[in-house]
Write a protein that binds this ligand. Structure first.
Ligand SMILES: *[C@@H]1O[C@H](CO)[C@@H](O)[C@H](O)[C@H]1NC(C)=O
Ligand SMILES: *[C@@H]1O[C@H](CO)[C@@H](O)[C@H](O)[C@H]1NC(C)=O
Ligand SMILES: *[C@@H]1O[C@H](CO)[C@@H](O)[C@H](O)[C@H]1NC(C)=O
Ligand SMILES: *[C@@H]1O[C@H](CO)[C@@H](O)[C@H](O)[C@H]1NC(C)=O
Ligand SMILES: *[C@@H]1O[C@H](CO)[C@@H](O)[C@H](O)[C@H]1NC(C)=O
Ligand SMILES: *[C@@H]1O[C@H](CO)[C@@H](O)[C@H](O)[C@H]1NC(C)=O
Ligand SMILES: *[C@@H]1O[C@H](CO)[C@@H](O)[C@H](O)[C@H]1NC(C)=O
Ligand SMILES: *[C@@H]1O[C@H](CO)[C@@H](O)[C@H](O)[C@H]1NC(C)=O
Length: 829
């Protein structure tokens, strides 16, 4: 989302960027906060200072001159659906339409207060956007967890859930204090299809399965209300939720601004097979397995149709096929974008409003633009009056929206969370969870001759070289969609706690670019027992609305890193802060650079995590959630080509570890070293699964590699999983032994690969993973059960999910540590 987000973030810290687009947005933000009537910087329509914890509080009604007992929508003994019908039925068309935008005005006549829908909680509670979240007085800040790409690198599902749980607890506490609302447009679960994408920091990486599992766990952490009431007892539209979480941006959205391509006008040309296999999969998991209460549609078009006006995507897929229990919101201004930017079908505001609502959009997030509000609120009444939509369409949208608020206890309260207060925000426990998350996500990319960990008993002084913004990273580690952190522990702060003598050589303002400057950095390296270079990127290189053009380190960092390495008496340690992969080939191959750690953007406690890894207080176990490519890769593939599969005929290399098999990989997906060694063993050497094909079941043909078609051709080449019960499973266990001298966390990844003869298939695909802790010298048995239809399936050419007959492979592990066995599928026709 939204450019406005940036605008408000920048204007609040008076850092409006001088580019045209953003300057304009800064102006808009200023207009919209003026429209707020100067509510103490809290933005427009203010619900802050709310003096009620539930709408249906009789005292609240009395203060409005109303009697709550006369409003059936406040009768807690009735089903939510009846109550919502009563509420919507009381409103006039004009009142209804004033509640179709993110800044809902309410309807004082019937006791309905205003509500600000826009909330962000990507990696902690954020005050980005004109929503109801604000920091100040009793809530000066909230816990800033690592960016999502770091959390993903931990490959630990309970961590993702725990972070969602901590964030929602802080939201509930802030809600009680009038500092926040209850609806949040997080997580961002678009797959990082291209390494240049500016929003990699916000997402869990390039693998649709990992992204989907992240979504499920984060959403469950945000939404689930605890054991007693977690199960959907009967009506899923009445399942109570702690905070509403939203999976965005649907669909095929992952180009922001790359040369002339702009997300507002970009038309993603996507094959149906890629849609099912890659772009939709995390959303399907988020809705079906996470039971998210919201989906946000994206700015871009998909095969010509704006995502927010595509009935097939919103209604058929999200609402009917996946059974969303919740509401669908637009990315901010995406309805206006259809008219203003994409000029789609030359539609007017009324026509675009009607098209989006008929497609299934319930709520329009809009930014104040030349004084106008969101399109639904602006054009909704005319759209009904002109017969382009029916009032029943408006009622339907509002029903989805108010059912969500009912489930949040907005009307009735939610007693189990009402005692939360200021001490539940930035608690010691949450700060420790943020540090733990950052530690778990640290990835050791290179460690020649055990350069790391540094021994604090031997290293009495260190030299820290790099841009000050990385060494004293008060800002960079917090990334985008930040709030105000509880505090920031910088790398400098934390390393100082490990060694008394710390020399800092800052390379800002070209201080290292000249020969003399490089000499200075080199001199610093010479005086210490160890040199740590902290380098990388920041948000002016990779961010929303800002894709990269290359994968290199900017600002001449490569030059002076090499100079420092050359001058240092010992191999240096390189720490990289970035979200996307950086081409550090120069460091990979340089013997004078002994170790490389990828630290991502590790959040407010990031310095502690970095120091703990460098000095061996934590043994790193994170893995890359996306491929690190050499820069040559991006010259072979335009960012705007959506296809995942390679096409040799036109020299198209393919994307992600699943489809790219060329020489431009610097560090592969799943790469990550440890300070110890592990070994694998398994009693399973193979399995055969015979599936009798009933008359009602449906077989599909497959494409085979040239000359590899099985002969004779199988009677049933592949089984359409939708026509099958899918009870078959393959179980096995892997014994992970720590053969080194120090305990450590270890991620066991399980991939499957379809039979070798099948053409146009993924090289391998991740189907399960588990992070375990293994003490030095000990072994842990890790069980896995693969469902044949889910985990051995592929998506065939016409986008059906099928299980191919023949010998698929199960591959456990990455890099050198690998174990594999065959699972032979007999489709017995
Ligand atoms: C809540 O605040 C409103 C507006 O500030 C005021 O009119 C109303 O009397 C208050 N209600 C209660 C129950 O205190
Ligand atoms: C939109 O209007 C322009 C100018 O009148 C016209 O050239 C264009 O063909 C129209 N586009 C569509 C899709 O109708
Ligand atoms: C870096 O931060 C430390 C304390 O956080 C401060 O003492 C030091 O002056 C900072 N360095 C520079 C060059 O600003
Ligand atoms: C730092 O110096 C103090 C005082 O000389 C000493 O007590 C302490 O152990 C030293 N800390 C480290 C990490 O070397
Ligand atoms: C990123 O770093 C560069 C080089 O130090 C600096 O000029 C720029 O202001 C930084 N941008 C942000 C958003 O921090
Ligand atoms: C890189 O360093 C060279 C001199 O070595 C300097 O001319 C150039 O401006 C620097 N580039 C940046 C982006 O700082
Ligand atoms: C892991 O094993 C290899 C091969 O035996 C050895 O060279 C290496 O030092 C070991 N690494 C660790 C961290 O123990
Ligand atoms: C996974 O994360 C949870 C929650 O932070 C933590 O308790 C657990 O130790 C982690 N597991 C491993 C193996 O590191």
């Amino acid at each position: 989302m939204p450019l406005a987000a940036m605008a408000s973030a920048s204007s609040s810290s008076s850092r409006c960027h001088p580019t045209l687009a953003v300057a304009l947005l800064c102006a808009i933000a200023a207009v919209s906060s003026a429209a707020a009537g100067g509510a103490g910087g809290r933005g427009p329509i203010t619900t802050a200072g709310r003096n009620y914890t539930r709408v249906c509080d009789p005292a609240r009604f009395a203060a409005l001159g109303l009697d709550a007992s006369r409003f059936r929508y406040c009768d807690a003994s009735l089903p939510y659906a009846d109550r919502v019908r009563d509420l919507v039925g009381r409103m006039t068309l004009e009142e209804k339409v004033r509640n179709l935008g993110d800044q809902a005005e309410g309807a004082p006549r019937v006791g309905l207060p205003p509500y600000r829908w826009w909330g962000e909680a990507l990696h902690g509670v954020s005050d980005v956007g004109p929503g109801g979240t604000w920091f100040g007085d009793v809530v000066p800040g909230a816990t800033s967890f690592p960016l999502v790409i770091n959390a993903a690198a931990a490959f630990n599902e309970s961590l993702w859930r725990a972070v969602g749980g901590a964030v929602s607890t802080e939201i509930r506490a802030m809600y009680n204090l009038g500092h926040a609302e209850l609806t949040y447009w997080s997580p961002n679960i678009n797959v990082v299809r291209d390494p240049r994408w500016g929003r990699a920091s916000e997402t869990p990486g390039e693998d649709p399965f990992v992204v989907g599992r992240y979504a499920v766990n984060f959403v469950r952490g945000m939404q689930d209300v605890g054991s007693g009431r977690t199960a959907a007892a009967g009506d899923p539209f009445a399942r109570p939720i702690k905070v509403s979480s939203c999976c965005k941006h649907f669909a095929a959205y992952d180009v922001d601004a790359w040369f002339k391509a702009d997300r507002l006008t970009f038309d993603a040309q996507v094959q149906e097979r890629d849609m099912v296999e890659t772009f939709e999969r995390p959303f399907e998991m988020c809705i079906r397995d996470g039971d998210a209460s919201c989906v946000m549609c994206s700015y871009n078009r998909v095969n010509g149709i704006p995502a927010c006006a595509d009935a097939r995507l919103l209604t058929e897929t999200v609402r009917d096929q996946w059974q969303l229990h919740g509401y669908i919101v637009s990315d901010c201004d995406s309805v206006r974008v259809m008219v203003r930017d994409a000029k789609w079908l030359n539609y007017t505001g009324v026509e675009a409003t009607a098209a989006a609502m008929k497609a299934g959009l319930d709520l329009d997030c809009g930014m104040f633009w030349e004084g106008a509000r969101d399109f639904f609120t602006t054009y909704g009444v005319d759209a009904v009056r002109q017969g382009k939509i029916m009032e029943a369409d408006v009622d339907n949208a509002l029903t989805n929206v108010y059912l969500t608020l009912m489930r949040l206890g907005f009307f009735d309260g939610m007693p189990e969370f009402e005692s939360l207060g200021a001490t539940d925000v930035c608690s010691k426990e949450h700060k420790e969870l943020a540090a733990d998350a950052a530690r778990q996500g640290m990835v050791l990319l290179k460690n020649d001759a055990h350069r790391l960990p540094l021994d604090p008993n031997k290293i009495k002084s260190v030299s820290l070289v790099g841009l000050l913004e990385h060494i004293n990273a008060t800002d960079v580690m917090l990334g985008d969609y930040r709030g105000k952190p509880c505090r920031v522990v910088t790398p400098y702060n934390a390393i100082r706690k490990m060694v008394n003598a710390t020399y800092v050589h800052a390379c800002d303002n070209r201080a290292c670019d000249t020969a003399e400057g490089m000499g200075g950095a080199a001199r610093t390296a010479k005086i210490a027992d160890a040199t740590i270079v902290i380098a990388g990127l920041n948000m002016s290189v990779e961010r929303e609305s800002n894709d990269r053009e290359d994968l290199l380190l900017p600002w001449n960092q490569t030059g002076w890193i090499n100079a420092v390495a050359e001058a240092s008496p010992y191999p240096i340690v390189l720490v990289i802060m970035s979200a996307g992969g950086v081409d550090v080939s120069f460091a990979q191959n340089n013997l004078k650079i002994g170790a490389i750690v990828w630290a991502g953007y590790p959040g407010e406690e990031g310095g502690t995590a970095i120091a703990d890894v460098l000095f061996g207080k934590h043994n790193p176990g994170g893995r890359l959630p996306l491929t690190w490519f050499k820069n040559e890769y991006v010259n072979q593939i335009p960012m705007t080509s959506m296809a995942l599969r390679p096409d040799a005929a036109r020299g198209y290399p393919g994307r992600t570890y699943k489809f790219y098999d060329g020489p431009a990989v610097l560090y592969p997906f799943g790469h990550g070293l440890s300070y110890t060694n592990f070994s694998y063993a398994s009693a399973t050497t193979g399995a055969t699964v015979t599936i009798p094909i009933g008359a009602w079941e449906h077989c599909k043909t497959l494409t085979y590699k040239s000359g590899a078609a099985p002969s004779p051709a199988p009677a049933c080449p592949a089984l359409n999983v939708a026509s099958h019960r899918c009870d078959e499973a393959v179980s096995f266990a892997v014994t992970v032994r720590n053969t080194g001298g120090v305990g450590g966390g270890h991620v066991v990844p399980v991939y499957t690969a379809p039979p070798a003869e099948v053409g146009d298939a993924p090289r391998k695909q991740l189907v399960a993973f588990r992070r375990v802790f293994v003490p030095a010298g000990a072994a842990v048995e890790v069980p896995f059960t693969l469902n044949v239809c889910r985990d051995l399936a592929i998506v065939e050419e016409t986008a059906y999910t099928v299980v191919p007959s023949g010998a698929s492979a199960v591959i456990v592990g990455d890099d050198a540590l690998e174990l594999s066995f065959a699972v032979t599928i007999n489709l017995a026709a």
